[in-house]
Design a binder for this molecule. Structure first.
Ligand code: 5GP
Length: 177
């Protein structure tokens, strides 16, 4: 039998996303007195945010990517996390800004920050485009948040469902049938 088509409802339109990223970029630019700022995106979802954010920061930046798997293909994190792709370079003594698409339970970032802190960066902070605070299981400090959203599964602007929808410019709620 044919599956019902999922419906997409726009939650945050593209213009609003870009305007907020510009504000975050201005704030980040002011907060970091030293060059370079080391931006690390968590694959794959945060790449879109990193690219747009980096272009709003008028100072020397380095970019790198890290891969994390949370053992899940559905809409929830399994709670088990492992590194699937490491950084290309050392971050010792660097000012690191971890760029994430969405903070949900906080399990992924808690793990990642623990891994990165062992590499002795000078500072480490988090920028997350979206935050679902009601879902938090681990306390995590997010220095730069784009939008707080309710507990709904969202796609677009890097976020996927089974690898689909990452290229949408709006952030949408995925509603069944
Ligand atoms: P956490 O470890 O904080 O529970 O989960 C973070 C990761 O879960 C995100 O990087 C993202 O991959 C995934 N995630 C959490 N909420 C959503 C959501 O609403 N939509 C999508 N597409 N992924 C989500």
């Amino acid at each position: 039998m044919a599956q019902p088509e999922p419906k997409l409802r726009v939650l945050i339109p593209a213009e609003q996303i870009q305007a907020r990223i510009k504000e975050l970029g201005t704030q980040i630019e002011r907060d970091y007195p030293n060059d370079p700022l080391y931006l690390i995106a968590i694959l794959k979802g945060a790449c879109f945010f990193l690219v747009d954010l980096a272009r709003t920061i008028q100072r020397l930046t380095h970019i790198d990517f890290i891969g994390i798997s949370s053992y899940g293909k559905g809409k929830t994190t399994s709670g088990e996390v492992k590194l699937t792709k490491d950084l290309d370079a050392s971050i010792e003594g660097a000012d690191v800004l971890v760029v994430e698409d969405i903070v949900d339970t906080g399990i992924t970032l808690t793990y990642l920050i623990h891994v990165l802190e062992q590499r002795k960066p000078r500072s480490i902070r988090i920028a997350a485009l979206l935050d679902k605070p009601s879902r938090r299981l681990r306390p995590i400090q997010v220095a730069y948040t784009g939008f707080q959203i309710p507990d709904q599964f969202v796609v677009g602007y890097g976020l996927d469902y089974a690898e689909n929808y990452r290229n949408l410019t709006n952030i949408c709620v995925l509603e069944e049938g």
